[in-house]
Design a protein around this ligand. Structure first.
Ligand code: HEM
Length: 149
């Protein structure tokens, strides 16, 4: 198993990065959709239904599979011999930020259900602020995994 993972290391990393890009695209876009949904769209109109469809498809067709793929390829990299040295700081920083990103994904899923039920409680400004969460986590993850501080 270790030999197999070592042989496929660069391919695994390439698929990991592709999955990460797809996941991040959704994590940036879905809160933007929520901003417009709450600020511009009237409840129970055809536009409301259209936004709900876009939000559901983005989450189910792109973000959920991309998150699973990111985790699968990421964990394969963790198991690859010699890649992660747990006595260094960066794997822990990255792990904490990745758990934060996964929490944010599930938080967005819960907010989508609020819109679906017609009882969203947050304002456009609050969604704009939450939109910064993936940016901050992305910076922490990329600097920790590449600079390895
Ligand atoms: C979901 C759980 C994740 C795990 C278990 C994981 C684990 C890993 C591991 C072990 C590596 C190899 C590091 C190396 O080759 O030195 C790696 C590479 C990488 N990861 Fe992740 N990762 C995860 C999520 C993410 C996320 C969310 C991002 C970005 C937002 C990300 C961005 C990257 C990048 C850019 C690389 C390539 C670094 C390089 O070129 O050396 N990863 N990941």
């Amino acid at each position: 198993m270790s030999d197999f993972l070592a042989d496929w290391y660069l391919w695994t990393k390439a698929f990991h990065v592709v999955s990460v890009i797809s996941w991040m695209a959704g994590l940036f876009y879905l809160p933007r959709l929520f901003v417009y949904h709450v600020e511009v769209v009237q409840a129970s109109t055809p536009t409301d239904t259209l936004f709900q469809t876009m939000e559901r498809r983005l989450l189910r067709a792109i973000m959920n599979p991309a998150m699973v793929a990111t985790w699968v390829f990421g964990l394969a990299l963790v198991l690859t011999p010699g890649i992660v040295v747990w006595s260094e700081v960066w794997p822990w920083t990255k792990a904490a930020a990745v758990l934060g990103m996964t929490w944010f994904h599930h938080w967005l899923g819960l907010r989508r259900k609020d819109f679906m039920r017609g009882d969203n409680m947050l304002t456009g400004r609050q969604y704009r602020i939450m939109n910064e969460v993936p940016t901050i986590l992305l910076l922490i993850i990329v600097f920790s995994v590449i600079v390895k501080f």
